[in-house]
Design a protein around this ligand. Structure first.
Ligand SMILES: *[C@@H]1O[C@H](CO)[C@@H](O)[C@H](O)[C@H]1NC(C)=O
Ligand SMILES: *[C@@H]1O[C@H](CO)[C@@H](O)[C@H](O)[C@H]1NC(C)=O
Ligand SMILES: *[C@@H]1O[C@H](CO)[C@@H](O)[C@H](O)[C@H]1NC(C)=O
Ligand SMILES: *[C@@H]1O[C@H](CO)[C@@H](O)[C@H](O)[C@H]1NC(C)=O
Ligand SMILES: *[C@@H]1O[C@H](CO)[C@@H](O)[C@H](O)[C@H]1NC(C)=O
Ligand SMILES: *[C@@H]1O[C@H](CO)[C@@H](O)[C@H](O)[C@H]1NC(C)=O
Ligand SMILES: *[C@@H]1O[C@H](CO)[C@@H](O)[C@H](O)[C@H]1NC(C)=O
Ligand SMILES: *[C@@H]1O[C@H](CO)[C@@H](O)[C@H](O)[C@H]1NC(C)=O
Ligand SMILES: *[C@@H]1O[C@H](CO)[C@@H](O)[C@H](O)[C@H]1NC(C)=O
Length: 874
């Protein structure tokens, strides 16, 4: 009797401790947050409200060697973002010893690769090891960050420590003279055993075998995706402070439809799937193939995830049926393919989960072969073998974990990712996919920076430019006026009729498939400029000699067709002299093809620095800035809903053959699920040197974020140096900080482009510098509106012209000269310099052609944006 009571008590105890393990106190040991290079006196709260301990005189590093350094933003307007802005530098091996409770834990290493003090960023080259596992070798943090176009990196590992001590050794590489190691933050987050699952299968050919996960295995997180939903920040995670990314950058081909749970549905967790498995935000949103069975049978819903070759990967698929009428077995049944091998047949979420709203996940392990980086393919397709009611598939979340290699030294480290291809590659040699792969690899792990979905824009155009320069003399013909002419010439130009088209025919030109085939030499690989999630981009030649960029989308679902049409309608209505235009489209034979404007002179940046191009004159630069400002002003105010560009920089300002500036990459990056919700975005998108500090701090986006970035562009144009130059002394790394500091001291003139010395009229210089200074004000309310910026730049140009040469006032291609005093006066009176933004239909009609170009006359903005207002529809 006593024995059985004891037994019951023990069992109860076991259950209780299991329950504790599954709850929010997941293990006995507490998390450790170490802000390296900082002291406890520093302000050490991060953006999720957690307090980090400094590692100086910390109990975890009582005698830490190495040097404490601070990134160069210390005393500037940028907030100290914990833990990135201080670093610990090691010039020789050093080991942190963390006392931990035995068991599994996430180990997160935070890196912000810039130069610290006298330590050049290019010499940071090191390994990180635990007692029995190599986490990173010959790690080049700056290359890794550049490859994923992220300012900083988070590397997340999961290790099982059995000894009660976690040793973490930082060792500078012996293969590079002067190399050092650094780290900005170390986070240890205890977890239960989250990797062992009863049904894990090893995928090998088409014969999956049971796989048992060894409890000691070291793991690195490669991807953590909220499929069909928004990014989820660390703070919003259900335990463990993981970050979840949106999956759309990794979609290949048709992207299906995304949806969220029915209003009256609650997500239920089970003993097998405790709440910490994934938050409601992951299970409550999903992606499926779409409503049309015929389309679904003809494609695979596919994700492509670049990974390090030679490792095994654990893929965890999170599922939950979240919409009626799918409540019963065999309503939806599908196949899961991993690397073109069948991982799962007859996947029926209801069978696995037990009902609608109930969560489940499945685990698969696959070994990758090859060298360097390889693509992991994940695909879903309806499985008809059980004759399900709907021919469809669903996925709510996907995690990909790299498993340690056990031969020789236990290892998790891959190679440094290749840098994105340089734009000056000969198009015929371009391997196409390289760019997007390079840009995407490891993106998730960073979790902070989102990658540009539509990376082909500027890239394609500058590549194209090289090609054009070769056939010199033709570039004059390259001009393309994407204007109403085309709607008139449409029926004749496009041999084939467009009777099936549901698109408004007056918006842009319709091309026949034959025309597109001819233009690209039947999609010749030699004309391939790049590949993206949507499909391939080709260089094309139309109307005997006009160069264009042609994007051929992959065959898509019904929803894809809808997106395609929305994109055309939006882009073709957002027409402005200073925005890169969509020329036309082709939708014959179920093709979805877009044809874009051609920019003979490439990007603004390639005429400023690190270039063989001759320097631009000051007046040219002013005119380009004015053009770009007009484009942005139009985005902000020219249409009913404010459009925030979000990534204003010198590579997104393109120049046509007449040096007219055009803003690019504004429409295509909006294909995410949440276009209209930009102001609540929790993910910092954009390029670091240009990032609005307020956006960074509060993650709230407004049109003033574009104004900030544009201010950086103005300084870049004036000083002819990059927005961030990590190799310079630290107070000079950030152009915005450095220029602002010089401007305040009155010595800005000393750091301007040497080519401009003595060429800028003094009054013009003062006006220009003042404008740039105001743009990069710390608080967005102190920044001028884009309209004010534009006015000030036009005024600066007048000051320049009246000083230099009063006779050569009028230049074709700019609207500022000649009659502009009138325009300016009216602009001034309508755009009070208080900077309050007004909605703008009025402004547009008053300023007429000065601001809104002729091209935009036919805008009916409400129709464009009514579609964007309903994210569900996308
Ligand atoms: C953590 O546990 C406490 C009580 O045990 C509970 O009130 C709280 O809601 C839990 N928090 C989470 C995030 O699960
Ligand atoms: C959870 O952890 C906190 C501090 O770490 C402790 O005070 C509390 O008692 C724990 N709760 C449970 C249920 O173990
Ligand atoms: C690290 O990568 C950067 C960028 O590719 C490069 O400039 C630097 O030389 C590399 N450092 C080492 C030690 O290889
Ligand atoms: C530092 O660590 C590396 C790798 O862990 C090792 O190869 C090297 O011998 C160590 N150097 C010293 C001086 O201990
Ligand atoms: C490092 O410098 C020494 C001389 O100071 C030279 O002999 C050696 O080749 C250098 N090593 C590397 C890897 O550059
Ligand atoms: C850690 O490893 C030990 C064996 O070394 C194992 O008994 C234990 O269950 C593991 N813990 C977890 C959480 O996986
Ligand atoms: C929830 O709403 C759906 C219709 O949208 C309905 O079919 C279902 O019965 C509702 N469920 C509950 C529990 O109210
Ligand atoms: C899967 O198949 C596609 C073609 O259907 C091919 O392009 C791709 O390389 C394959 N992926 C793998 C990992 O074998
Ligand atoms: C889906 O992917 C599988 C595995 O790569 C392939 O065999 C099949 O042909 C694909 N189906 C379609 C319609 O692309």
């Amino acid at each position: 009797m006593a024995f059985s009571i004891l037994l019951v008590t023990l069992t109860l105890l076991a259950i209780v401790s299991l329950a504790v393990a599954a709850g929010n106190n997941s293990t006995a040991s507490a998390p450790i947050l170490l802000n390296c290079g900082a002291t406890d006196q520093n302000q050490n709260n991060d953006d999720s409200g957690r307090t980090w301990a400094g590692d100086t005189a910390s109990k975890f590093a009582p005698s830490v060697k190495g040097v404490a350094e601070t990134a160069s933003y210390q005393d500037s307007s940028l907030p100290s973002i914990v833990p990135f802005f201080t670093a610990r530098i090691f010039t020789s091996n050093y080991t942190y010893s963390f006392p931990v409770s035995p068991g599994r834990m996430f180990l997160r290493l935070y890196f912000y690769p810039v130069s610290y003090g006298n330590y050049a960023v290019s010499d940071a080259y090191f390994s990180v090891t635990t007692r029995d596992l190599v986490l990173l070798t010959e790690f080049n943090a700056s290359q890794t960050a550049q490859a994923i176009t992220s300012a900083y990196l988070v590397r997340e590992f999961s290790v099982n420590v059995s000894t009660g001590i976690l040793d973490l050794t930082f060792a500078p590489s012996t293969h590079h003279n002067g190399s050092y190691a650094f780290v900005n933050g170390i986070e240890i987050m205890p977890t239960p055993d989250i990797f062992t699952a009863p049904d894990t299968r090893f995928i090998n050919g088409d014969n999956p075998a049971p796989f048992s996960f060894s409890p000691d295995t070291g793991v690195q997180t490669m991807y953590r995706l909220n499929v069909g939903g928004n990014a989820i920040s660390r703070k919003e995670d259900s335990g463990f402070y993981r970050s979840w990314d949106n999956d759309s950058p990794y979609i290949f081909g048709g992207s299906g439809v995304t949806f969220s749970r029915d209003g009256n549905l609650t997500i239920e967790y089970t003993a097998k799937v405790p709440t910490y498995t994934a938050p409601v935000g992951v299970y409550g949103t999903a992606r499926s193939m779409g409503p049309n069975a015929q389309i679904n049978l003809n494609y695979n819903l596919t994700w492509i995830l670049p990974v390090d070759a030679g490792f095994s990967y654990l893929l965890r698929f999170h599922f939950c049926e979240i919409q009626y009428p799918i409540t019963k077995v065999n309503q939806r049944s599908f196949l899961i393919y991993i690397n073109n091998q069948t991982a799962q047949q007859q996947m029926d979420v209801i069978v696995w989960s037990g009902g609608i709203g109930r969560t489940t996940f499945t685990d698969y392990v696959i070994l990758t072969t090859g060298s360097g980086q390889v693509d992991m393919w994940v695909a879903l397709h309806p499985d008809l073998s059980s004759k399900p009611e709907y021919f469809d598939a669903i996925l709510n979340g996907l995690e990909v974990f790299k498993l340690q290699q056990n031969y020789g030294t236990n290892n998790l480290a891959g190679l440094n990712p290749p840098l994105p291809q340089k734009p000056d590659v000969n198009p015929s040699q371009a391997s196409g996919g390289g760019k997007s792969k390079g840009a995407l690899i490891g993106g998730v792990v960073g979790g902070f920076a989102v990658l540009l979905i539509a990376c082909f824009g500027a890239y394609v155009i500058c590549r194209r430019k090289k090609k054009i320069q070769k056939d010199s003399g033709k570039s004059e013909d390259g001009r393309w006026t994407p204007l109403p002419d085309y709607s008139r010439s449409r029926s004749t130009a496009s041999g084939h009729t467009a009777t099936t088209s549901t698109l408004p025919s007056n918006l842009c030109r319709h091309f026949s498939f034959f025309e597109v085939q001819t233009a690209t030499n039947n999609f010749d690989q030699a004309f391939l400029l790049g590949k993206g999630g949507f499909g391939n981009v080709y260089l094309g030649e139309i109307d005997s000699g006009t160069k264009v960029a042609i994007k051929r989308c992959n065959p898509m679902s019904e929803q894809g067709v809808h997106e395609f049409q929305t994109e055309i309608e939006m882009l073709s209505k957002l027409r402005h002299r200073h925005l890169v235009s969509l020329i036309g489209y082709c939708e014959d034979r179920s093709e979805m093809i877009l044809v874009y404007d051609y920019m003979a002179h490439g990007t603004l940046r390639e005429h400023l620095y690190n270039t063989k191009n001759p320097p631009l004159s000051w007046k040219q630069r002013l005119e380009i800035c004015i053009g770009a400002a007009r484009g942005l002003y139009y985005l902000h105010t020219g249409v009913k809903e404010t459009i925030i560009h979000r990534d204003v920089k010198t590579t997104n300002i393109l120049l046509d053959h007449k040096w007219v500036a055009k803003v690019s990459d504004f429409g295509l990056s909006k294909t995410g699920p949440n276009v209209d919700n930009t102001h609540v975005s929790t993910v910092v998108k954009g390029s670091f040197g240009y990032l609005d500090p307020e956006y960074f701090r509060r993650q709230q986006l407004s049109e003033k974020s574009d104004v900030y970035s544009f201010g950086v562009v103005l300084f870049e144009v004036l000083c002819a140096r990059p927005a961030l130059s990590p190799s310079l002394p630290k107070e000079q790394v950030s152009l915005a900080d450095w220029a602002l500091r010089c401007q305040k001291k009155g010595i800005l003139g000393q750091i301007i482009d040497p080519c401009l010395q003595g060429k800028i009229a003094p009054q013009c210089f003062i006006k220009f510098a003042e404008t740039a200074e105001k743009c990069v004000a710390d608080h967005s309310i102190d920044r001028p509106s884009m309209g004010d910026v534009l006015w000030n730049l036009e005024f600066a140009l007048q000051l320049q012209e009246s000083d230099v040469d009063s006779s050569s006032g009028f230049t074709e291609g700019t609207l500022s000269s000649g009659a502009s005093p009138l325009v300016m006066t009216r602009l001034q009176s309508d755009e009070p310099s208080t900077g309050t933004t007004t909605t703008t239909t009025t402004t547009m009609s008053i300023t007429g052609q000065s601001i809104a170009s002729v091209e935009s006359d036919e805008l009916t903005p409400s129709t464009i944006f009514s579609q964007l207002m309903h994210p569900d529809g996308r």
